[in-house]
Write a protein that binds this ligand. Sequence first.
Ligand code: PDD
Length: 282
Amino acid sequence: QWIYLNGEFVSKEDAKISVYDHGFLYGDGIFEGIRIYDGNIFKNKEHLDRLYDSAKSIMLDIPLTIEEMEAAVIETLRRNEMRDGYIRLIVSRGPGNLGLDPRRCPTASVIIIVEQLAIYSEEAYRDGLVSVSVSQRRNIPDALNPKIKSLNYLNNILVKIQANLAGVGEAIMLNAQGYVAEGSSDNIFIVKNNVVYTPPCYIGALEGITRAAIMELCEQLGYKLKEEPFTLHDVYVADEVFFTGTAAEVIAVREVDGRKIGSGKAGPITTHLLQKFRELVK
Ligand code: PDD
């Protein structure tokens, strides 16, 4: 397995960064998760655009143009003979002295890892996930904006810890006002009376690329779609609930906080959207 590390390709064993890398010391950096399906990098442009937006937002200067970055991704896939799998693209502030001042880091670190990644089990996709809501709140936009896909994933990890303690695969984060925001690493949708709902990102969610693809599919398939805030009550009484993400793809939720969702398995609209999503990524 070959890792792209600052312009070189190194083996997994040799892929090391300095302990003075501010990505490690302070979570000072950004990342993207991208999928390749049968040689087709899904929404590559959208992911790279988001990466460069995240970089700009934290004043991180990526030492590659977006075209050079795309070429580096493609070359990493080629060297690993990867036609199906998951691409993790990381840009950190880079090595510098102790002290969080980013001016101490002259050169950003650019890392590209490609491998298989399955965040949920096959049976979870078949039967739907059991999920819970957690006390961990999504940081609100004027804190660390959730639209920035930063290396600061402790907010998400704390959600994952609560999901693990509850013995479930994914958990739902609310925002400070109590509105449903998203999962630890995926966006959330509900369906009620044939209308599809997803929270607007200002509620506290990453502007998911899979979320956008599903919203586009809803338009194309003629499903009424509403981007508006909703609460856990709306989730409990929904006919269908599902998560979306690059790693998650589209996964149904059959129970939340002990409330069975709809028929207790993947609903018809969720199943239809997943089927169309699978055709889309080819
Ligand atoms: N990220 N929300 C959060 C907090 C996420 O980390 C992710 C995906 C999403 C889904 O966004 P998208 O559809 O653009 O992937 C939402 C993980 C690492 C991933 O799936 O790659």
